[in-house]
Design a protein around this ligand. Structure first.
Ligand code: FES
Length: 91
């Protein structure tokens, strides 16, 4: 097992999510009603991310909306493992 996904706030506008050896950067706020995605639930097998506010679901690898009330996609960037840790800090 790769372990549980880890979410951390890297800046006011960005959240990093680490799943196994992959790291994704997403917007800190859900495009629906600004749910705080640092508290999102991430399924490590399906890479589906669920917003804590109204349960919109996004594909973490593509940012595409999968389900829920949101109408748009989520901006996602995949970064090399550890690449973004330099600017991270303990926040
Ligand atoms: S704020 Fe994310 S689904 Fe509503």
């Amino acid at each position: 097992m790769a372990g549980e996904p880890v979410s951390r706030q890297v800046s006011e506008h960005e959240v990093a999510i680490t799943v196994g050896e992959r790291e994704f950067r997403i917007a800190a706020e859900c495009p629906h009603r600004k749910g705080r995605l640092v508290h999102a639930q991430v399924n490590p097998r399906t890479l589906r991310l669920t917003c804590p506010l109204h349960k919109s679901v996004f594909d973490l690898a593509t940012g595409c909306r999968v389900a829920g009330p949101v109408s748009g996609d989520l901006p996602v960037t995949e970064v090399a493992p550890g690449d973004g840790a330099r600017g991270g800090g303990q926040g």
